[in-house]
Write a protein that binds this ligand. Structure first.
Ligand SMILES: NC(=O)N[C@@H](CC(=O)O)C(=O)O
Ligand SMILES: [Zn+2]
Ligand SMILES: [Zn+2]
Length: 357
């Protein structure tokens, strides 16, 4: 977050920005007291969100998704029109029948693939995609998107190379087998992923990009010491990758859209001998994206990325509401309280140039 860049940007004259209300196409809301604490942040910023199913236990059935959806709706601030878009957690045992039920229910908008062991609460995830073929065939037939945590789990692959290896080992063979399957490559972090999605021709593939992968490279994790609040999965990469993600997000290409991957973890579990992966950005997500687009001189491309491309990809109407951002410096709170548990937002204590009105 660089104030100098902002002042020398050729768009420094822009003081106010009104956009169609953005949606968050990748969000962790958790459950219980944590849900109560974090949901108002997302509901203030976004009209809708694709809600990740990696609860404990995971949301693997349409029935569980219906119950989770009701808990989210019950936790919304009075008067909020925020709409949770539910997902199922793919397992080795997900049946074609379960996919049919999900499609018929109408409130399930995707099925999430977590390679077993890849990230937070992924233990029940898929061990071998071949076991899911009946479910994938049904998803392809019904147009229900497969959402990918795109990293291999092979311990022999360097942690910084796991996304690139996923493209070669999993994604290319999968898309050759099921060319009609709608796919969202979630939270992409590398030049290779951005390029792979850009070059997909007419194929049904999109990608979400987080604010933190647009703003930071991997140095952020090690600046003057180990900084656990910058640790997420897939982990931040080298500067060349950050630059490729900024180029993709600001390109106007409708395959790329906003997905915060905001993932709350208790401060004590981040600042830990084995710290949890995940950055919390729901509090200030649109401001963070505005910062990234402003630094790239591309504020005029923010609305497409944040408010239109995702809705178009998922076949949902664009928002009829608007939000307004003002160029007004403010300081991100160092932490906030989630029912007695402190949570540290990304960049807590630092200044941001844009503020949501
Ligand atoms: N992104 C993360 O680092 N963590 C996410 C899981 C995920 O999206 O991989 C979480 O649920 O905490
Ligand atoms: Zn993930
Ligand atoms: Zn996530």
């Amino acid at each position: 977050m660089n104030a100098t860049t902002e002042q020398t940007s050729n768009q420094a004259a822009t003081r106010e920005l009104t956009l169609a209300r953005p949606d968050d196409w990748h969000l962790h809301l958790r459950d219980g007291a944590m849900l109560q604490a974090v949901l108002p942040h997302s509901a203030r910023q976004f009209g809708r969100a694709i809600v990740m199913p990696n609860l404990k236990p995971p949301v693997t059935t349409t029935e569980q998704a219906a119950a989770y959806r009701q808990r989210i709706l019950a936790a919304l601030p009075a008067g909020s029109r925020f709409e949770p878009l539910m997902t199922l957690y793919l397992t080795d045992n997900t049946s074609a029948d379960e996919i049919r039920r999900a499609c018929d229910a109408g409130f399930v908008h995707g099925v999430k693939l977590y390679p077993a062991g890849a990230t937070t609460n992924s233990d029940a995830g898929v061990t071998d995609l071949a076991k899911c073929d009946a479910a994938l065939a049904e998803m392809e037939a019904r147009g229900l998107p497969l959402l990918l945590h795109g990293e291999v789990t092979d311990a022999a692959v360097d942690v910084f190379d796991r996304e690139e290896a996923f493209i070669e080992r999993v994604l290319i063979p999968l898309r050759a087998r099921r060319p009609g399957l709608k796919v969202v490559f979630e939270h992409i972090t590398t030049r290779q992923a951005a390029q792979y999605v850009s070059e997909a021709g007419g194929a049904p593939i999109g990608a979400t990009i987080t604010a933190h992968h647009l703003l930071y490279n991997r140095n952020a994790i090690f600046t003057g010491g180990l900084r656990p609040h910058y640790y997420c999965l897939p982990v931040l990469k080298r500067e060349v990758h950050r630059q490729a993600l900024v180029a993709a997000a600001t390109s106007g290409n409708p395959r790329f859209f906003l997905g915060t991957d905001s993932a709350p973890h208790a401060k004590g579990l981040k600042e830990h001998a084995c710290g949890c992966a995940g950055c919390y950005t729901a509090l200030h997500a649109v401001e963070l994206y505005a910062q990234a687009f402003d630094e790239a001189g591309a504020l005029d491309r923010l609305e497409g990325f944040a408010s239109f491309h995702g809705a178009d990809f998922y076949g949902l109407p664009r928002s009829a509401e608007t939000i307004t951002l003002k160029r007004e410096a403010w300081t991100v709170p160092a932490e906030f309280d989630a029912a007695g548990t402190p949570i540290v937002p990304l960049g807590g204590g630092e200044a941001l140039a844009w503020r949501l009105g």
